[in-house]
Write a protein that binds this ligand. Structure first.
Ligand code: PLP
Ligand code: COI
Length: 339
């Protein structure tokens, strides 16, 4: 246990001691249970296996400079999981139950929260699945909600160093009025072929365009996209991207830094007008983008010419991390202290 190499943790599964689980049956949620097992048993006709009744969340806990553990914007994740549940007709997890489960999972695994200054964090993964068996296409009557956690390093191996992205037009991760705005497994399944091809071609991720017209920047793989033009932070307005809690936070921080924020369509050609570009999300934090390659036109958009993150990305990153690690005042009340 004392042999965890915090500095070199990948973003991946890491076995910890406990997870918490809760079952929905006969129209109500039961008590929270603690489990030491990594396995779940379910009916072979469970709707999560056949009809995609599945939603998950991702959030992080950090050890601050003061040694205290903070969870970032947990209630926002709880609300988004409710929207995801509604979107695929699953039983919603009440917000207090979500909070209790997350806190319990973190407290039971406190020794796995990486120490301050190691560049790592505790990733928290809530999961909601339809466990009731059905063969006709209909919502299950039974659900399972669980939370597991594990220490992680940066999502992209580059960390805060700039990454390369590949624009794709031959795949969509979500339809314009589909499930792109909720966090359900099907969106990630739909992104695998394009994502793996991008990796194979030497890119960290693919950059999807809007599914209807293929004119506008949509989702940056498992993260939201943003561009910086002068004093303006610009991020896509789309009916097929996940409303990122990180992005929402960065928009507020940008305003506090005196910047203007625009949520609007971003035509592909506008990429050439940005001073900086980045991807943001819980796992990705801020990943500055150094290059975007359009695989259809072969056009290359270049940022961070000296190989380093630009000044605005750096300032946003420092502010966000500063709040998460208790170095800057949490004026918005974004952190939940784990006591
Ligand atoms: N977009 C997608 C597709 C994601 O999977 C994530 C990660 O949760 C995000 C964006 C970023 O969202 P958040 O900042 O809430 O983690
Ligand atoms: C996150 O940022 O939490 C994500 O969900 C991204 C990915 C691991 C799915």
């Amino acid at each position: 246990m004392n042999t965890i190499d915090w500095k070199n943790l990948p973003f991946g599964y890491f076995k910890t001691d406990y997870n918490v689980r809760c079952y929905y049956k006969n129209g109500q949620w039961g008590p929270l249970e603690v489990s030491e097992s990594e396995m779940i048993t379910m009916h072979m006709a469970a709707t999560c296996l056949h009809y995609g009744q599945e939603a998950f969340e991702g959030m992080k806990a950090f050890t601050g400079a003061d040694g205290k553990v903070r969870i970032f914007r947990m209630v926002e994740n709880a609300k988004r999981m409710q929207r995801s549940a509604h979107g695929v007709m699953m039983a919603e997890v009440p917000i207090p139950l979500f909070e209790e489960a997350v806190l319990k999972a973190v407290k039971l695994n406190l020794k796995y929260v990486p120490p301050y200054g190691e560049g790592a964090s505790l990733y928290i993964r809530p999961l909601l699945i339809g466990t009731g068996g059905e063969v006709g296409v209909k919502p299950a009557k039974e659900y399972m909600f669980m939370v597991f956690v594990g220490p992680v390093g940066p999502y992209f191996k580059e960390g805060f160093n700039p990454v390369k992205m590949q624009i794709v037009r031959d795949y969509d991760r979500a339809a314009p009025l589909g499930t792109g705005t909720i966090k359900v497994g099907g969106n990630y399944a739909a992104s695998l072929l394009a994502g793996e091809r991008a990796h194979h071609d030497g890119f960290s991720s693919c950059l999807f365009l809007d599914a209807r017209e293929k004119k506008y920047i949509d989702e940056a793989g498992p993260a939201n996209f943003f561009g910086i033009k002068g004093e303006t932070y610009i991020t896509p307005d789309s009916t097929s991207i996940l409303p990122s809690i990180t992005n929402k936070s960065l928009c507020e921080l940008a305003v506090e830094m005196g910047m203007k924020v625009e949520r609007r369509h971003i035509p592909v050609e506008e990429l050439s007008e940005f001073d900086e570009a980045g991807a943001c999300g819980t796992a990705a934090v801020i990943s500055p983008i150094c290059q975007i390659h359009d695989r259809d036109t072969n056009k290359i958009y270049q940022y961070c010419k000296d190989g380093k993150a630009g000044p605005v990305c750096t300032k946003l990153y420092e502010r966000l991390k500063g709040i998460q690690q208790g170095l800057l005042p949490d004026t918005h009340g974004w952190n939940t202290m784990v006591e």
